[in-house]
Design a protein around this ligand. Sequence first.
Ligand code: HEC
Ligand code: HEC
Length: 338
Amino acid sequence: MNKKLTISRAGAVLSILALSLTLQGCRGMKSEKTPIHPNMNMDQQERKEAQEVNNFFEDGRSMRTPVEGTVARGLSRLDKAYYEGIDENGEWIADMPIDLTKSIVYRGKERYEVFCTPCHGNAGDGLGIIMTGQYGYVPAPTFHQDRLREAPDGEIYSAIYNGVRNMPSYRHQVPVDDRWAIVAYVRALQASQNASREDLIAAGVDVEALEAEYNEEQAAIAEAKAAKEASQGEIVATVERGMEVSTMYACQTCHSSDGSAVIGPSWKNLYGSEGLVTTEDGETITVVKEDEYLIESIVNPYAKIVDGYDPLMADAYGGLSQSDLQSLVEYIKSLSDN
Ligand code: HEC
Ligand code: HEC
């Protein structure tokens, strides 16, 4: 063994240790000194902060607007049909401006189920999970009504893009391509819920079995309803309960109590008044707005449409108990001087 070699090896180990400690010493430690920055590249240049004054320009602003007539890459929105669902006159376009494929419809289904089912329901019938009354949200209408079947594609698109009355816009959650995919799927839902007997037979469906199933279902619903009514016993109706139900179902979003028209007619002085309505057969008649008419307006809103208004009230209140319906009537009555 050579003694000299051992010493120099120990020295080497020590000096490596010392060197690594020196280099690591700076990490995580604060220093007031400017760091050594041997190669500047373009790391530091003169520049203006946001909102900073810049006397170079006449208006003194350093933040400049884009040169007139220019569009930043990726921000072109010239194709109004595609981006907004409208034509050059601002009218909703009748047909979607995309080439429809099966995969687009499936994409629409998937997106619809994410964004629309909580309110509109899986089948588009307006029976989404938040429509149970306990959340105080305005019910979403069913898509399976003539008004929305006949609506142009651009109008369905607009509901997603702009929102509509009480429905918020979903433009930030749903990008353009997906909006059209959802429109395609809403159309598919509408067609699927509006098939004729012949369509079903042509598609190989056992119509008789389906009808039997439907009738059974309807009988069960009617039975449950009758049982519920029978178990309710006496009708207890109060103005306070009426106000409560009205709040629970967010009726005030469309009906004011101060005489101003919102989306629907005001409830002020409604009770006992006379007015024109259009029946389902298209007949215009005069009605006296008392208990029977008011209850029908709530449980079957499409039966008679108030003159001057659109049929925008959802058919969503059929499940209210007799006591709650009568309470609503009492509340509406309390808003009347008649
Ligand atoms: C938070 C609940 C909610 C969600 C989620 C929702 N909607 Fe709605 N939607 C409503 C309500 C409420 C209305 C009725 C608004 C009114 O009449 O005041 C409505 C109305 C509509 C209408 C009818 C428009 C008209 O002209 O009457 C369409 C179409 C529609 N929604 C499509 C969609 C689509 C597609 C989605 C998914 C991207 C969606 N909605 C998501 C609540 C919702
Ligand atoms: C999305 C808006 C909307 C909501 C929510 C709504 N309604 Fe309506 N309602 C209307 C519109 C629009 C009309 C007028 C058109 C028609 O006859 O359907 C109307 C009509 C009525 C009428 C008949 C009024 C008249 O002048 O003859 C009554 C009564 C009524 N609503 C009660 C209610 C009650 C009770 C609730 C809550 C449980 C409710 N509405 C929720 C929009 C709404």
